[in-house]
Design a protein around this ligand. Structure first.
Ligand SMILES: [Mn+2]
Length: 288
């Protein structure tokens, strides 16, 4: 299956009071060209679609227009999970409408998506958090874990080790793939060791860290949360990063999306650099 991995759109975000909506619109147009040129079967959007719990109307309009455009009227499947910046209820409130476009929006962890046709995307089997999908005669099992917090998991973390619990959830989730098809995980989480220049801090957004070793061995892991593109090749785990520079520290690396051809044998990851429509520059001035 050929997927496009993107995350951390942060629609509605402002920098120093300046709206970024025009750059965000241009990014979606670019993304749409990539989806068409690469013959993408499925788009994985790994959280932080919006920047705030109550996104402005123009940000919501852009999100609706984006999924309509990218899905090409239901020809391309899109799976979306909420990140720590999203309001899961609000994000998923349009899921019934989005279904016709082949768009699946998770509200919470362990959600069972009904079996059926979503545009041209078929869900043939469904478990808590996991779906066996078929698109263009290609199949994959995808386990989706929205940003895990005590609230979103409805669990008390007090007497457990966070990273062990997350590891258990991911291992249990992907073990449900008994279908001899590629295994894919999508989640929005902080993997320790992924902090670098321009990255978010360990506890940002209330996130706790998991280790690379906590991740199961699967064919691809689509991560969201860290804004810098990063690869953990031993686990086929990747952060694609945010598409636009959202902090001054993010002007030191290239923005990308990943196109991944996933089979049971191997996953071939292609980096596609994104145009920077409005580079952030810092000017030093001498005080008089
Ligand atoms: Mn995040």
């Amino acid at each position: 299956m050929k997927i496009l991995h993107t995350s951390d759109w942060h629609f509605g975000k402002k920098l120093e009071g300046q709206s970024r909506i025009e750059e965000q619109k241009k990014f979606i147009e670019t993304l749409n060209v990539i989806v068409k040129n690469e013959n993408i079967d499925l788009i994985l959007l790994a959280g932080d679609i919006y920047d705030t719990y109550n996104p402005p109307a123009e940000a919501e309009r852009l999100f609706f227009n984006s999924i309509k455009l990218l899905s090409n009227n239901g020809q391309v499947g899109i799976i979306i999970i909420p990140g720590n910046h999203d309001n899961p209820k609000r994000l998923s409130s349009v899921s019934a409408l989005a279904e016709d476009y082949g768009v699946i929006i998770y509200e919470k962890a362990f959600q069972t998506i009904p079996i059926g046709k979503y545009g041209s995307l078929k869900i043939i089997h469904s478990d808590e958090g996991g779906i066996l999908v078929e698109q263009n005669n290609k199949k994959a099992y995808i386990y989706n874990l929205p940003f895990p917090s005590e609230a979103t998991l409805n669990e008390d973390f007090q007497n457990i080790k966070f990273h062990e619990r997350i590891s258990e959830i991911l291992h249990n989730g992907i073990e449900k793939n008994i279908f001899n098809v590629p295994s894919i995980i999508m989640t929005h989480i902080y993997v320790s060791g992924s902090m670098g220049e321009g990255d978010e801090y360990l506890e940002l957004g209330g996130a706790r860290a998991i280790a690379i070793d906590d991740l199961p061995n699967v064919n691809y892991i689509a991560l969201g949360h860290v804004h810098k593109p990063l690869a953990f090749k031993s686990k086929n785990a990747y952060y694609c990063g945010s598409p636009i520079e959202y902090r001054i520290t993010e002007n030191k690396f290239e923005k990308k999306v990943f196109v991944v051809n996933i089979t049971k044998e191997e996953s071939i990851v292609k980096n596609i650099p994104l145009d920077n429509f409005k580079p952030i520059k810092e000017y030093s001035v001498n005080g008089a």
